[in-house]
Design a protein around this ligand. Structure first.
Ligand SMILES: *Cc1c(COP(=O)(O)O)cnc(C)c1O
Length: 395
């Protein structure tokens, strides 16, 4: 009996990957043991974030960093930091940004569901570029000069959503941001692995970068990292921490928060609602250490072993072709249904999901007749179960 059974909830087989909807990553026992131990003591949360900052700085090359309750929380806090700086009056007013810098510039094709977190800080997104899929010259997307032209005295930040095919590149966007003296906030939530991407965006010139902790780092589902310039991180953590304390009693760690640079102590900030617990901070830091200790080859081999196991458990199917795909950062098992198949790829996803146990595959390529299986969050026994079910449904 698992804890979920005792709660009347069921577990699923997660072959979709570390998506939030299917509960993120599986935690290594070393991570959960650290979280359990963390829960047995109390700490000063600002001091714990200062320790985290040091570890995150070493891992990313940033001046400072904090643990957030996810990459989306990092985007909210990062935007709030770019708007308010170290001004407690501005922090107290958010998301009312009347009279403040209240716009962020973003390439139109990078707009996505997570930019709600950016807008929550009180900014309007100014879109640039025309991702033209009709005219025939190919997708032109946006150019660096278009971003530069959209920057005004109201611009709080330029936002870049990291993606392999992003155009312009991070280097080009950073050049615009730096020459216009506007901070560059990067959403790199799902850009790991490779671990080298922990440093990539900052070294290209970004001021703030948000990562998800519950995806490839395999930290607690509700965790993330925001790292970057010291002053912006100081602003972000001030807007996240619980500050219900008298000014004279408040002695935050100076490596993270330089009290003497503040006109006063702001009340709880806009990020107070995305608070992060001590167990989460400790779990994320231990997961980050493990993530850094595993090289790309052994990470790849570990995941490939699960994919191979799934391949052999599935065998040859009558109504579909299967293959192992190793291009990209994560190997996958990919099933393509024959044209003659009565079952569509989406039908197969739904059937897998409605079975017992419920199996969640990656449906993103179902319009092309493809169902894909991501090994990242599979338990060792899962490939056999999935293979058996596939033989039942398409064998
Ligand atoms: C997953 C994701 C997020 C959100 O990350 P959380 O850690 O779940 O908050 C934001 N942006 C992108 C591009 C993502 O893929």
């Amino acid at each position: 009996m698992s804890i979920y059974d005792t709660l009347g909830a069921r577990t699923i087989i997660n072959a979709k990957g570390t998506s939030t909807r299917v509960s993120g990553a599986l935690l290594h026992p070393e991570v959960t043991a650290a979280m359990q131990e963390a829960a047995q003591y109390c700490v000063d949360m600002a001091e714990l974030q200062a320790s985290a900052s040091k570890i995150i700085a070493e891992a990313t090359g940033a001046e400072a960093g904090i643990v957030t309750s996810g990459a989306a929380a990092g985007l909210l806090l990062g935007t709030a930091a770019c708007i308010a700086g170290l001004d407690p009056a501005k922090m107290a007013r958010l998301p009312d940004t009347t009279g403040m810098k209240n716009e962020v510039v973003m390439v139109r094709s990078q707009r996505n569901q997570y930019d709600h977190a950016i807008r929550s800080a009180g900014v309007r997104i100014v879109e640039v570029g025309l991702p033209d899929r009709i005219a025939g010259a190919g997708v032109r997307d946006a150019e660096p000069w278009e971003i530069a032209a959209a920057v005004t005295e109201r611009t709080a930040a330029i936002v870049f959503v990291a993606h392999g095919s992003a155009h312009p590149t991070i280097e080009e966007v950073a050049r615009v941001a730096n020459s216009q003296h506007v901070p560059l906030l990067v959403d790199a939530a799902a850009q790991l692995p490779p671990a080298s991407n922990l440093r990539r965006f900052l070294s290209a010139g970004a001021d703030l970068v948000a990562f998800s902790g519950g995806k490839a780092i395999a930290g607690p589902q509700g965790s993330g990292i925001l790292c970057g310039a010291r002053d912006l991180i100081m602003s972000a953590v001030l807007q996240q921490l619980d500050l219900d304390i008298a000014w004279e009693q408040w002695s935050p760690p100076p490596t993270l928060i330089d009290k003497h640079r503040l006109a006063g102590l702001p009340p709880h900030g806009i990020g107070r609602q995305c608070k992060v617990g001590k167990e989460t901070i400790v779990g994320l830091l231990v997961a980050l250490r493990r993530f850094l200790a595993e090289n790309e080859q052994s990470r790849h081999d570990r995941l490939l072993a699960l994919v191979k196991r799934l391949d052999s458990a599935t065998g040859t199917l009558r109504n579909a072709r299967t293959e192992i795909r190793t291009g990209g950062s994560t190997p996958r098992f990919v099933l393509t249904l024959d044209r003659a198949s009565k079952l569509s790829a989406m039908d197969l996803c739904i059937a897998l999901q409605n079975g017992t146990p419920s199996i969640h595959a990656d449906p993103s390529q179902t319009p092309n007749g493809i169902v894909s299986f991501n090994p990242t969050a599979l338990r060792p026994e899962d490939p056999d179960t999935i293979g058996r079910r596939l033989r039942e449904l398409v064998g």
